[in-house]
Write a protein of this length. Structure first.
Ligand SMILES: [Zn+2]
Length: 460
């Protein structure tokens, strides 16, 4: 057993907090070394640069990155000298199977990042140290626009399992980094039984900022609303990670904690960044990479799946990588009031696999599914699972406002989207477990790809 695991399993909470404080401080030092300061300055400078200067710099970054990748990665060597659009598309399965040919550095010379991946396959990529320093410099630069800096009080809701059964019994639902003023909350145990412990730990701490899974913060806020509790402190901003931010999350979190929800897109495999500006627009950061939006036939489109090329992936170059997310671009004529020339994304749809299949209506995406709760009272959270093309089961955690009439309204909304041929089974449950990664999934599509064909075609 590694020392870290031993401490997490057996040491008293206070000793764990000391360990976490020291370990975190070590991590921050590592990330803030080397080129970190230079990149903070770089991103500060280009924030206000003119469109021509940004375009010139983006072209330069792209050329440098493609050259470096084709020189250092055996996988990309045959593409040397080609323009980006002639590079082959990199599928997830290829990245998994050919990791050793794609990567340009050894594990020991970089930072290993593991990601959950929606298909269950765990993805491992290696970052060069300088790339990690650049990514953290940009993240810190972005958060600094909202007043954040290291040392401000932060409540963190992440997928790390840090609470043991004996801790739950004594109401310990968080761990503290005393040095950097961060309180880490377990996202696995936010429930009606543990609510009081969470709320107390949150209110006592009085965070200025929140980072982490939006569904977890939303759950906590919903339970506070049910109890008619008001939050006395003032949270300046919430920086959500990992999950799609649904309109409902934004509304309830804003209502309970009074803070702005500031969205970002930056997958852990190493995608380029999309960052929300203070005017509320989502801007692609053109100096972090290229987002190609394509339709089903891989032709350029306004809305669709994305192929990403990320300039901060020298360790494991990602070029035209089919990451599995969808976006819709704003019309090119759209000018954001913040004055930035960076392109604007109308919305990020999240995982392309987050949909329910309807033989009548085709793919029904996460946004449409989650809209079924609009004007329905009493639903705390729900999860739709599909194992057969003609059946879905919905687990609902609800309070007593979820009356028979409300249930009917919810099911009608669902039927409207899924069509008449899909049978819907609803079950009221006390709790819906999270994924091993700690993320909450509203939609679980477990269908085999071949069963997702229009009704008329099936059997042919
Ligand atoms: Zn803007």
């Amino acid at each position: 057993m590694a020392l870290k695991d031993f401490i997490l399993k057996y040491a008293p909470v206070f000793a764990q907090n000391i360990g976490i404080s020291l370990y975190n401080t070590y991590l921050y030092k590592q990330r803030h070394r080397g080129r970190y300061k230079a990149y903070r300055e770089y991103y500060r400078r280009f924030e206000t640069a003119g469109a021509d200067e940004v375009a010139r710099e983006a072209r330069k970054r792209q050329a440098e990155f493609l050259q470096a990748a084709t020189q250092a990665s055996p996988w990309y060597a045959p593409q040397r000298g080609k323009p980006l659009e002639e590079f082959p598309i990199l599928e997830k399965a290829q990245l998994l199977a050919h990791m050793d040919a794609i990567r340009s550095i050894e594990e020991k010379d970089g930072i290993v990042s593991l990601t959950g991946g929606t298909t269950g396959a765990s993805m491992k990529v290696i970052y060069a140290h300088e790339d990690m320093q650049e990514r953290f410099a940009l993240k810190d630069h972005f958060r600094a626009r909202y007043g954040y800096r290291l040392g401000k009080k932060v409540a963190w809701f992440s997928g790390k399992s840090l609470v043991r059964p004996q801790d739950l019994a004594s109401g310990n639902v968080s761990r503290d980094d005393y040095i950097n003023k961060i309180r880490f909350f377990s996202t696995f145990h936010i429930s009606q039984q543990n609510f009081d412990a969470y709320w107390r730990a949150f209110c006592d701490f009085k965070p200025e900022y929140i980072v982490g899974f939006p569904s977890s913060v939303y759950d906590l806020c919903t339970m506070a609303l049910e109890r008619k509790l008001t939050y006395e402190g003032s949270v300046k901003a919430f920086f959500p990670t990992a999950e799609t931010v649904l309109p409902k999350y934004r509304e309830i979190i804003g209502q309970v904690l009074g803070c702005q929800v500031v969205d970002q897109y930056a997958a852990s495999e190493g995608a380029p960044f999309i960052l929300q500006c203070p005017q509320g627009s989502l801007h692609i950061h053109p100096l972090t990479g290229v987002f190609e939006v394509v339709d089903e036939n891989m032709r350029p489109a306004q809305e669709g799946e994305i192929l990403v090329t990320a300039f901060t992936t020298h360790g494991t170059p990602l070029i035209r990588y089919r990451i599995g997310d969808r976006i819709k671009l704003a019309p090119p004529s759209f000018q954001c009031a913040c004055g930035s020339c960076f392109p604007v994304v109308e919305h990020i749809d999240g995982r392309t696999s987050d949909f329910i299949w309807s033989p009548e209506n085709g793919k029904v995406n996460l946004g449409n599914i989650s809209n079924c709760t609009k004007d329905v009272d009493g639903i705390v959270c729900f999860q739709v699972t599909q194992k057969q093309p003609d059946t879905v089961s919905i687990a609902v955690v609800a309070n007593d406002q979820f009356t028979a009439a409300q249930q009917r309204q919810f099911l009608d909304a669902m039927a409207l989207r899924l069509g008449k041929s899909v049978a819907v089974h609803l079950a009221l449950v006390d709790e819906i477990p999270r994924e091993p990664s700690g993320k909450f999934r509203i939609v679980k599509n477990l269908l085999a790809p071949e069963s997702m064909r229009p009704a008329a075609m099936r059997g042919s």
